[in-house]
Design a protein around this ligand. Sequence first.
Ligand code: NAD
Ligand code: ZN
Length: 295
Amino acid sequence: MQGAWCDSPAPRGIGFCGDRTACLRPASASKKQGFLYFAAWLRAYPGSSTVSRRNSLYLELTNPLKSMDRITLSQYRRILFFTGAGMSAESGVPTYRGKGGVWKEYDYEEYACQKAFDRNPEKVLRFHELRRQAVLDCLPHEGHRVIAGIPGVKVITQNIDGMHQRAGSEGVIELHGTLWRLRCDRCRTVVEDHGKSYETLKCACGAWLRPDIIWFGDMLDPVVVRKAKRSVEECDLFISIGTSGTVWPAAGFPALAREWGAYCIEINPEPSGGREYHRTIAGNAGAVLPELFIF
Ligand code: NAD
Ligand code: ZN
């Protein structure tokens, strides 16, 4: 540990002062800010403990990103990020399960399945409009921007919120569809729609437009799944972020990547600890991603 304060530019104003220790009070921060940073780090690195030295608080990281553990991106040629609801959690988009999970509050049988849509299309569309508005009130975080800034990477997401694209990622494979597209199941028209409110709820052919999302009980689009699997098989670095690994076929992607020879990493504050991962980083996407890579 060197010096009482840390000047290094790090996410959320925290610097790494040594291999295993993060300084909780960067030079420019007030004591109050320091404690806020401290709380953020404790959330990001569950199980870490604090150490008080020379009137300053330091955090001993149980699962630190040591400089030797950082990933040198030039060592890999085909990098793939595989993201789930936890990737958007720090943006404020609720996850699927767990505390604040969407389907704890709403009954999916009322709002997110084909039967519900057939019964009352307008009710289902209005619900999805609310979800769009909630997502538009959120912003992509630093982790989304880090991913978008790596040239040539591929992104496969289970999320339907479009956050990766808003951060600048291109060619994102959206396994479960998107809130920002509607389709007509009668004449096969597909409509892009990005506003807070839907431009129209009905297709030119007169049928109701339906959100182009994989609802409960829907089959995934086989073309999208094939494309995703090909990318998983081709990658040499596979980074899974914020997924509980319970929704198939996405849950099988980490094992597929490993089988095809990729180096596999998991980033999650509550890691699955699956054997398919070579390395697990117990932390939040927004805190870990800005520290992880050597460009
Ligand atoms: P999930 O809710 O089952 O699991 C979320 C995972 O994220 C958990 O393992 C949790 O520990 C982890 N997590 C929480 N905060 C995190 C953080 N800050 N950084 C990193 N990880 C964090 O989500 P899933 O595995 O993606 O499966 C849920 C399904 O629900 C998917 O099919 C998805 O389409 C859908 N969904 C999407 C959104 C969205 O678009 N944002 C939101 C909710 C659900
Ligand atoms: Zn139509």
